[in-house]
Design a protein around this ligand. Structure first.
Ligand SMILES: Cc1cc2nc3c(=O)[nH]c(=O)nc-3n(C[C@H](O)[C@H](O)[C@H](O)COP(=O)(O)OP(=O)(O)OC[C@H]3O[C@@H](n4cnc5c(N)ncnc54)[C@H](O)[C@@H]3O)c2cc1C
Length: 280
């Protein structure tokens, strides 16, 4: 239960959702787009989120698409992580998503909510950063298609009244060699101490991280070092650690030093698994 009252709307089209948001806003209301509702309920109970009008996006057909169209995989923002985990159209995304929260929560948590929510791990974003995916965003000024690397800087940059409709990934990335490793402080579920996802394209390994900093990221600088075959694997890893963006998290899940220690071993294991190849 939330400690405040709210109206609930379930628009059937993108335009209806946007217009509704605008009308509510003009009436000095506090509308909020809604996917699975787990974060709205969890943070709302603690008064960290307030809304008096929920706009549930799950009735919009474009937000429920999960299919291959021509050369792309289209993923609607209101698909639950469980659906993504079970339909292995994008195996790296399935592997990363199935480690988020617990099975019951993944029935509710949507991919859009995971990427756009306040809880900063956003682990499902990592495969999209690695595959140069594009996002379809709808808002009062129309619909825009943007490279995820252009619009994701610590958070997905959405203007007032905009929402995430779909994520589009080129087919060629779906079967690329990949790995996703999540390390927790303890137990089998919970927030990450560290999550690293890696994908190999044309012999070059890409890396994206969650749980290391207060936002997920992909670092081209770290990738270049980790792929430098003139250096032994261990040296590459040690040098790459110098380029982790700051601040490194230092919290209840683990200290910053411990995170770097775990990262070092994780990167070595990933390079060995995915084929970092030692120098001659
Ligand atoms: C018990 C629990 C465990 C968790 N564990 C993990 C974890 O291990 N790893 C991890 O990465 N995350 C974890 N999370 C975070 C979780 O993924 C996010 O809280 C996510 O927002 C929940 O998705 P939802 O669909 O329920 O979002 P909602 O509660 O519906 O929405 C959350 C926020 O996102 C916005 N939003 C939702 N959909 C859209 C959209 N399509 N466009 C624009 N804005 C949108 C809403 O306006 C709202 O502000 C956990 C959360 C819970 C509650």
């Amino acid at each position: 239960m939330l400690p405040y009252n709210f109206d609930y709307y379930k628009p059937r089209t993108i335009n209806e959702a946007i217009e509704l948001y605008q009308v509510l806003k003009s009436q000095e209301r506090k509308p909020l787009y809604y996917g699975g509702g787990t974060e709205v309920l969890t943070l709302g109970r603690l008064n960290y989120v307030y809304t008096d009008a929920i706009i549930d996006l799950k009735g919009i057909p474009e937000c429920n698409v999960f299919e291959l169209q021509h050369q792309n995989l289209i993923i609607g923002s209101t698909l639950s992580l469980r659906v993504i985990e079970e339909n292995k159209l994008f195996p790296l995304l399935s592997d990363t998503s199935k480690e988020v929260a617990d099975y019951t929560s993944r029935n509710k948590i949507t991919i859009g909510g995971n990427i756009c929510g306040q809880i900063f791990y956003r682990e499902s974003l990592l495969p999209f950063l690695l595959s140069d995916s594009t996002v379809i965003i709808a808002g009062p000024k129309g619909t825009r298609k943007e490279l995820i690397s252009e619009v994701f800087h610590k958070v997905l940059r959405l203007d007032e009244g905009e929402f995430l409709v779909q994520i589009v990934t080129e087919k060629e990335y779906l079967k690329a060699k990949h790995i996703s490793v999540k390390k927790r402080k303890q137990w089998d579920t919970g927030y990450p101490l560290l999550t690293v996802a890696a994908l190999k394209k044309e012999g070059f390994i890409r890396f994206a991280f969650s749980g290391l900093c207060p936002h997920p990221f992909r670092s081209i600088q770290m990738e270049n070092i980790l792929n430098d075959k003139s250096l032994p694997l261990k040296e590459r890893v040690l040098i790459s650690l110098e380029h982790v963006p700051s601040p490194i998290l230092n919290d209840i899940e683990g200290s910053n030093e411990y995170r770097l220690f775990v990262l070092q071993n994780t990167l070595l294991n990933i390079l060995s698994y995915i084929g970092g190849e030692e120098h001659e």
